[in-house]
Design a protein around this ligand. Structure first.
Ligand SMILES: Cc1cc2nc3c(=O)[nH]c(=O)nc-3n(C[C@H](O)[C@H](O)[C@H](O)COP(=O)(O)O)c2cc1C
Length: 382
């Protein structure tokens, strides 16, 4: 099909899928457009690059089932606060309960304002969610990955190994397969905490946390980096220090210290893309596989993250917009979001990949355009 014929059928698909998005839309995209959306998260092949970041939208079975049904590529479960065998949590200040969220405009985009932090129910409840997530993963319905905030010491303190041991061991048992896939969250509220006042302290965490976790189970580890309250150079130093992880999630929300809240929107994606752009292909071989997060609200933004080395993205805010903000008229928010991200005729993933083909920036291989070919060579999965 020619580029202009593809654009015509894209306009048709966009209209027709407003009512119902086919669950296996990646197969449709491959058939109809010869575009292969296959992507990668934490070393796992996924059918397309769009997943859900950890937060209030991955707290229970109902949310996971809705996401599986919509055909989301993966979901990171809400972050649990690590504990030792007796239930002691050094990061207990992060396990607070707060249910009220406010979705509001920020600049030309959106942010969710929320004063809560980590998982606020029991650890046993979390393990039950992990087991449910494993069932969906095993059955090929939805890749789910647990997320933890572990103890982070001051420079002159040791890591509390008992928290690492108990939490990692219990998650590995609840997860049905070895290695355990796991995200370690360095959250934005941490950036605003006095614990993060020293750069040397942050760099030590990033260097030493992988071995602290791996001492207790076979783990494939993603580290979700915060945006530190420092300059782009330091953000880059953090990525290098985190090279012991198998993957990085880059980068969690910005922290507004005046209001004491984390926020997203265009400022977040500007900062993230600016820092990622400095990883010139081939010049940063130590940097692990990356997954983008922050203000992903169009296929065009997914492409921006991919061009800077991200083999997938994980969203929160765009799954939470008022219903009238989505072009689709039916379906769950996850389905409506996927519909806009993939099929929007101007800024959707298909449209932007075709646009790059037309301008000679993306070539077909064996007759297909490949999402992963957007990544710079050095970042492509081998
Ligand atoms: C209400 C809310 C709660 C969140 N909770 C967590 C969390 O527990 N752990 C975590 O790693 N990220 C958490 N995040 C960050 C999101 O996963 C995501 O990385 C971030 O919001 C940037 O993406 P977005 O601009 O698409 O929202 C949370 C975000 C929001 C809005």
């Amino acid at each position: 099909m020619s580029n202009s014929a593809s654009l015509a059928s894209l306009a048709d698909d966009f209209e027709r899928f407003k009512r119902e998005l086919p669950r296996d839309f990646p197969a449709h995209v491959r058939d109809a457009y010869r575009i292969n959306l296959a992507a990668r998260y934490l070393g796992e092949p996924v059918p397309h690059p769009i997943g859900k970041g950890s937060g209030q939208l991955s707290l229970n079975l109902g949310q996971l089932e809705t996401d599986a049904e919509a055909g989301l590529a993966f979901v990171v479960l809400k972050t649990v606060i690590a504990q030792d065998e007796a239930g002691a949590q050094s990061m207990a200040a992060w396990a607070i309960h707060e249910s009220k969220m406010k979705v509001e405009r920020r600049g030309a985009g959106w942010t969710v304002t929320w004063k809560g932090r980590g998982w606020d129910r029991s650890f046993d409840d979390y393990l039950a969610l992990v087991r449910t997530g494993w069932d969906l993963t095993r059955d090929g319905q939805l890749l789910t990955v647990p997320s933890v905030k572990y103890h982070l010491p001051r420079l002159d303190e040791p890591f509390r190994a008992a928290e690492y041991a108990f939490t990692t061991g219990a998650l590995a048992k609840a997860w049905g397969r070895s290695p355990l896939l796991l995200v370690k969250d360095f959250s934005p509220t941490l950036a605003g905490d006095p614990l993060s006042d020293e750069k040397a302290q942050i760099l030590r965490w990033l260097r030493e946390v992988p071995q602290q976790i791996r001492a207790h189970a076979d783990v494939r580890l993603a580290m979700k980096l915060m945006n530190a309250r420092s300059d782009d150079d330091f953000q880059h130093e953090m990525m290098e220090a985190a090279s012991g992880a198998d993957a990085l999630v880059v980068f969690n929300r910005l922290f507004d210290s005046k209001q004491g809240v984390a926020y997203g929107g265009p400022e977040l994606s500007d900062r993230n893309l600016r820092v990622l752009a400095r990883l010139t292909p081939g010049a940063s071989p130590g940097i692990p596989e990356c997954c983008g997060t922050g203000n992903v609200s169009s296929g065009r933004m997914i492409v921006e993250y991919a061009l800077r080395g991200c083999g997938s993205v994980q969203l929160h805010t765009f799954f939470q917009l008022p219903l009238e903000e989505y072009p689709a008229t039916d379906g769950s928010r996850t389905q409506r979001a996927l519909h806009a991200l993939v099929f929007d005729p101007r800024d959707g993933l298909i449209a932007v990949m075709l646009e790059r083909e037309a301008s000679g920036l993306l070539q077909r291989r064996d007759g297909e355009l490949h999402f992963l070919d957007l990544l710079p060579d050095a970042h492509r999965p081998r």
